[in-house]
Design a protein around this ligand. Structure first.
Ligand code: BJW
Length: 234
């Protein structure tokens, strides 16, 4: 399975590109989701990610996340690949989802090697919601003194190599790939269902809207992840 932001939409976590409710309808990706943006205004970027982190903490897995965990239990060699930076698959019981775009909960250091950040508040799960548009100074890494940055993959950055390799291998080897709640426009993640299709797998898409993946899919199930996924395991 490849999941995207639509998987968590029914948990109240906004997608990126939905016309009215997506994050990019309200916020400028260039000012928030690039390394250059963080360098130019770390307080703006850190504050925005802390607001999103607080929202995710309050969110609960939905029936789509739970059905995914059930599929894993029923078919043990299922591989869950997600573009999402939330932890809702894990909280629903998924074993070890592959996070292609990192995690809101694994901040790292801006130092060259990008080591996991060590800073006083990193375990503070009760931190208050700073609110939309709040500026917040990022902490410094106690190990090296450099700034701590969100542990996500921004535009222009390479994806974690091990995660991408595992995802490509799983896509090339699978018989069926479920593409759930993704617009399929952000690469290289968008290659995953295309690799599966080229390798002869059936690609089943679950999405309430048409997407750029429609043409390569064997079946397009129009509906939300929370509605459609549970029907597959009933
Ligand atoms: C529901 C629903 C419900 C709603 N149920 N469904 C090849 C061609 C063109 C460009 C490129 C290319 N290769 C690389 C690029 C550049 C770029 C890119 O792809 N740009 C395109 C946008 C044009 N890619 C990169 O920069 C990547 N890095 C890279 O390629 O490195 C190599 C390199 C480096 C340097 C030089 C040269 C090469 C990195 C991409 C990182 C993406 N990061 C983000 C932000 C992460 C952090 C954060 O969360 O802030 O990741 S962007 C954002 O988009 C986020 C998502 O994971 C990603 C994908 O979005 P997703 O999940 O598909 O969400 P939406 O909103 O787009 O779609 C939601 C869908 O759900 C919709 O279809 C709805 O209908 C549906 N839906 N409700 C089910 N209830």
């Amino acid at each position: 399975m490849l999941s995207g932001a639509g998987m968590s939409a029914d948990s109240g976590v906004p997608t990126f590109r939905d016309e009215l409710t997506g994050l990019w309808a309200r916020f400028d990706a260039h000012q928030l989701a690039t390394a250059e943006a963080f360098h130019a205004d770390p307080d703006l970027v850190w504050g925005w990610y802390e607001w999103r982190r607080a929202r995710v903490r309050r969110a609960q897995p939905n029936p789509g996340h739970r059905a995914t965990a059930t599929i894993e239990a029923l078919i043990p060699d299922t591989v869950v690949i997600t573009q999402n930076v939330d932890d809702l698959h894990e909280r629903a019981g998924s074993r070890a989802p592959i996070h292609l775009h990192g995690s809101l909960f694994a901040p790292r250091c801006v130092a060259e090697d990008g080591h996991p950040a060590v800073f006083p508040d990193s375990e503070d799960d009760e931190a208050a919601d700073p609110g939309t548009g709040s500026r917040l100074s990022p902490p410094s890494c106690v190990r090296c003194g450099a700034l701590v940055r969100p542990g996500v993959v921004w535009f222009g950055e390479v994806l974690p190599e091990a995660a991408l390799t595992a995802a490509v291998e799983a896509a090339a080897a699978c018989d069926v790939l479920l593409a759930v709640g993704t617009s399929g426009v952000v690469y290289p993640a968008a290659e995953i269902p295309r690799i599966a299709a080229r390798s002869g797998a059936a690609v089943i898409q679950i999405n309430p809207q048409p997407t750029s993946l429609d043409q390569i899919c064997t079946v397009n199930l129009r509906g939300s992840a929370a509605q459609v996924l549970p029907t597959l395991v009933e």
